[in-house]
Design a protein around this ligand. Structure first.
Ligand code: GLU
Length: 419
């Protein structure tokens, strides 16, 4: 697969060019941002439980490191390829720039369905992948984190393997680690919490009240969707529908979020939860709700189904859940979009806190972490909102423009080597 082939890369380039032309981005900078700085493809052979050997394709892409070391998750998913990983790395560059972190953008992944592997096989896969990309990661080079299909356990195996290769413990090589081995309080729920914060900021701008009477539908009930649901439910909102790959469950009076969480934590499908009304994922996306949170994967709302969306606020919990066509359609209809690089930045913000705490060997309390997260996201949201008014553009373009302003300044100051 060539670099430009995936729909997400093509869309990201279009967004880059559009926002770049609105703000008058230096064409030399724009050209550089179209390509990743470095991309590594690796073969990851492992011995399966039945004794056979299977080889998987893995990637680590570093898009831009002007602002600091690369940062971005590792995805285990059957859709992973070089082009999609490169697009996600590019989005990480813009995300980190937008929220003011001293970090660049990177992403990694393996083309695999993790549900088809045993725990032992997953451990072998993670350890061999770490070994294969070891030469381009490190606490001051590139710091991976969890993404779709990976979690704290994956990060623990990654950190252990990297540390074994070095001969000493290197907690700063990954974030999203379990607390016992240097993880940060609040990291696991940070992305979902950030989504909930952003819904509050958006509602305030629109004169809507978050709480009793506000209805929410969440596409993707996982690492992002669950904490977002819990947070908004705790604020009094009615979570009318949530979904996973098996389908969606709906209740006009509100899903029992805790019951659904307990169910999926036992690795069971939502469709099998007793006593619920089932609808399709497409039906969920078209529900007449105040807030729709696509928190599963990219390319969920496209030109084919975006016109069905009725939600007033659409909060992009996943990376790229709306294609560029879908964004144009829903913003023309008057819905308010909270773009992914802002909406789901809570994860990488608390990853940054974890990295800093690890480097200092000094750990902070949860209240301090959440207060800092809130303040960074609030500033970023206000900046993007003001930018959207200044340039009369939707929030997606405005977020890109804000990110480019910071990147452009930094890239100019550092200059081009050799000059
Ligand atoms: N995978 C997450 C993202 O897409 C988090 C990345 C990180 O924490 O480095 O933002």
């Amino acid at each position: 697969m060539s670099l430009f082939e995936s729909p997400l890369y093509k869309d990201s380039l279009k967004l880059l060019e559009d926002a770049g032309s609105v703000m008058g981005l230096d064409p030399n900078i724009l050209e550089r941002l179209k390509y990743p700085k470095r991309a590594l493809q690796v073969a990851v052979p492992i011995r399966l439980d039945d004794g056979t050997v299977k080889t998987f394709q893995g990637y680590r892409v570093q898009h831009n490191m002007t602002l600091g070391p690369g940062k971005g998750g590792i995805r285990f998913h059957p859709k992973v390829d070089l082009s999609e990983t490169a697009a996600l790395a590019m989005l990480m560059t813009f995300k980190c720039a937008l929220v003011g972190l001293p970090l660049g953008g990177a992403k990694g992944g393996i083309c695999v369905d993790p549900n088809e592997l045993s725990r032992q096989e997953l451990q072998s896969l993670t350890r061999r992948y770490t070994t294969e990309i070891n030469m381009i990661v490190g606490p001051s080079i590139d710091i991976p984190a969890p993404d779709i299909g990976t979690d704290g356990q994956t990060m623990a195996w990654f950190m252990d393997t990297y540390s074994q290769l070095k001969g000493y413990t290197v907690p700063g090589v990954v974030t999203g680690k379990p607390i016992t081995i240097g993880g940060s309080l609040g990291r696991a729920e940070a992305t979902g919490k950030g989504v909930a914060y952003c819904v509050n900021f958006a509602a305030e701008k629109l004169g809507m009240k978050v709480g009793k009477g506000m209805t929410v539908a969440i596409h993707g009930f996982g690492k992002v969707g669950i904490p977002a649901a819990q947070d908004l439910r705790d604020q009094g909102c009615t979570i009318v529908a949530v979904s996973d790959v098996s389908g969606a469950i709906y209740s006009k009076d509100g899903i029992d979020v805790d019951k659904a969480v307990e169910w999926v934590n036992q690795r069971k499908f939502l469709k099998d939860l007793p006593g619920v009304e089932l609808i399709s994922n497409e039906d969920l996306l078209a529900l007449d709700v105040d807030v729709l949170i696509p928190a599963a994967i990219d390319g969920v709302l496209t030109k084919k189904n975006a016109d069905n969306v009725k939600a007033k606020i659409i909060a992009e919990g996943a990376n790229g859940p709306l294609t560029k066509d879908a964004i144009d359609i829903i913003t023309a209809k008057g819905s308010f979009l909270i773009p992914d690089i802002l909406c789901n930045a809570g994860g990488v913000i608390v990853s940054y806190f974890e990295w800093v705490q690890g480097l200092q060997n000094f750990f902070w309390g949860l209240d301090e972490i959440n207060a800092k997260l809130h303040s960074i996201l609030k500033d970023a949201f206000d900046n993007v909102y003001e930018c959207s008014l200044e340039y009369k553009v939707d929030m997606k373009k405005a977020a890109f423009i804000r990110a480019f302003r910071r990147l452009e300044r930094a890239m100019r100051l550092r200059g081009l080597f050799p000059s």
